[in-house]
Design a protein around this ligand. Structure first.
Ligand SMILES: [Zn+2]
Length: 293
């Protein structure tokens, strides 16, 4: 699943292609918005919030999309064969006289008044890659701690059990923009076990717990920012643990492990070094969580 860095990069590319010019073509192949009639509008800007993309138009509306598991955008010169967008996987085609942007396998499309965007995003935590995130990191920490106290963001666990920090990071309601890559990598960098309950971090004092969470979040932000400027893009960055099951930890040589976090049907896979990140081990799954991320 694309994470915040890839979504932000996508927003920048779409902005460069679309901003400031009127749309000569706007096809939304999605039942609820197929008749939205965006052609003729000028794109003001394209921005990202967490894993969400917002295309803001000059008529006061916003096209909101989400890449979900495997969505992506491609940009082609308008008028070329690549710009036709005939593939059944194309859910959105936005074009001006120069560029055509094709959204493949998008998992969500809405058109809303720009002033109502917050209603789509209100469940999300602070955006990890936003300029103001360092000022909002304590808000994100507070959301993670509060969710831990009640058994998760959807109350999916008994409150007495505690919320594994890996689950907490992946829920976009604590902080928006972290997926399995940066959950794995930031926890590895800070030597935190993915299945440690949020309440148990930095025991025995709550202040130490908050400091651990703050470090993990700011490390995730730094890693995503580094990926954004990496020469080969985010996909080309060497990982400490992510995708390296069975291979030696770069720090200590112990074989990296892979395990499942989140309760069904939202299971996700995280990677960790059992020597550098000692802890309780994956928890058994069983209960059901719900809700959009
Ligand atoms: Zn290690």
């Amino acid at each position: 699943m694309p994470e915040g860095d890839v979504v932000l990069l996508t927003a920048r590319r779409l902005h460069a292609a679309l901003a400031g010019r009127p749309l000569v073509r706007a096809e939304l192949r999605w039942p609820t918005v197929a008749e939205a009639g965006l052609a003729g509008c000028t794109v003001r800007e394209v921005v990202a919030y967490g894993k969400h993309l917002l295309v803001r138009l000059d008529d006061g509306r916003t096209l909101h999309t989400h890449l979900r598991m495997d969505g992506y955008w491609r940009i082609a010169r308008t008028g070329t064969p690549e710009a036709r967008g005939a593939s059944p996987g194309v859910r959105a085609a936005l074009a001006n006289d120069l560029w055509t942007c094709l959204g493949h396998r998008l998992g969500m499309l809405d058109v809303v008044a720009t002033r109502d965007e917050h209603r789509l995003l209100s469940h999300l935590g602070p955006d990890l890659l936003a300029d103001d995130f360092p000022d909002r990191v304590d808000e994100a920490v507070g959301r993670l701690v509060a969710a831990d106290a009640v058994g998760g963001f959807h109350h999916e666990r008994p409150p007495a059990v505690g919320l594994p920090v890996g689950d907490a990071l992946l829920s976009q309601q604590g902080v928006a923009g972290i997926g399995t890559i940066y959950a794995s990598e930031s926890l590895a960098a800070e030597r935190v076990h993915p299945w440690a309950a949020v309440r148990d971090l930095g025991l025995p004092s709550g202040g130490a717990r908050d400091a651990v969470l703050r470090r993990v979040l700011l490390t995730a932000r730094r890693l995503e920012q580094e990926a954004l400027v990496a020469r080969g893009g985010p996909a080309d960055v060497p990982r400490a643990v992510y995708g390296r099951e069975g291979r030696p930890c770069r720090r200590c040589g112990t074989a990296v492990l892979r395990g499942v976090v989140n309760l069904p049907p939202y299971e996700r896979q995280l990677y960790w070094c059992p020597a550098c990140q000692p802890g309780p081990g994956p928890q058994p799954t069983g209960a059901r969580s719900s809700g959009a991320r």
